[in-house]
Design a protein around this ligand. Structure first.
Ligand code: CA
Length: 231
């Protein structure tokens, strides 16, 4: 799974603990200390889910939730609110403002993870599905196996991750920067040409004979996998 979670939490130790545990579960993680930074990060790359603390310096979590829900491009992003014990009225207000769920601090980590996964199963089933399918290509995350038609495609670990990332957003142009962040991680010391090299290797492994190239290069922008759904 390469779902991306944005953690909006000003308490550094809690934010670190959440980051560590989300990364251990295979999530990609972004973190903001306050609401304004959160809005900037959401505009940069839409997360699959936001864990949003209620009590933040400056703009409150509830106000951020309201703002995200008011905008077309962000209204569908699932939000899990973190609230402090005893804010019963606040909790109800949080849900009516549009949060998908909430947990009360101090929370148990397994409970938080279970709720996150339940929200994602409803909102972004592709991000959690064991098997991804785009036209004649099938990627099985659990078995770590790729099949095109009847043929098994053997891929190195980087090509596998790259294909997985591409197949999660079929029909969408992904920039080299997005691919770098998604496959290698934001802190990796690789440049954009590395992406091209691995896309080349992936193509070579995927295409036999007259098979169609499932990856389209968009000049100056990046790469698209498959066709736009429904097109
Ligand atoms: Ca806080």
């Amino acid at each position: 799974m390469t779902a991306k979670v944005l953690i909006v939490e000003d308490e550094a130790p809690l934010a670190e603990m959440l980051r560590y545990n989300f990364e251990a579960e295979g999530f990609r993680v972004a973190h903001a200390d306050d609401g304004e930074e959160a809005e900037i990060l959401v505009a940069e790359e839409r997360p699959d889910l936001i864990v949003l603390d209620w009590m933040l310096p400056g703009v409150s979590g509830i106000e951020i939730c309201r703002r995200l829900r008011a905008r077309m491009d962000t209204k569908a992003i699932p939000i899990l609110m973190l609230t402090a014990r005893g804010e019963e009225g606040d909790r109800i207000r949080g849900l009516s403002t549009g949060a998908d769920d909430y947990v009360v601090k101090p929370f148990s980590l397994p409970e938080l993870m279970a709720r996150v996964k339940a929200i994602l199963r409803r909102a972004a089933p592709d991000r959690l599905a064991d098997v991804l399918r785009v036209s004649d290509i099938e990627l099985d995350r659990a078995a770590h196996k790729v099949v095109r038609g009847l043929r098994e495609v053997r891929l190195g670990p980087t090509e596998f991750k790259l294909l997985e990332f591409l197949m999660e957003s079929p029909g969408r142009v992904l920039s080299r920067t997005q691919l770098l962040d998604g496959v290698w991680g934001r802190d990796a010391y690789v440049d954009e040409r590395t992406v091209d090299v691995h896309v080349g290797r992936l193509r070579k492994a995927l295409i036999r004979g007259k098979e169609r190239d499932p990856i389209r290069t968009v000049r100056g922008s990046g790469y698209v996998f498959g066709e736009r759904p429904g097109a």
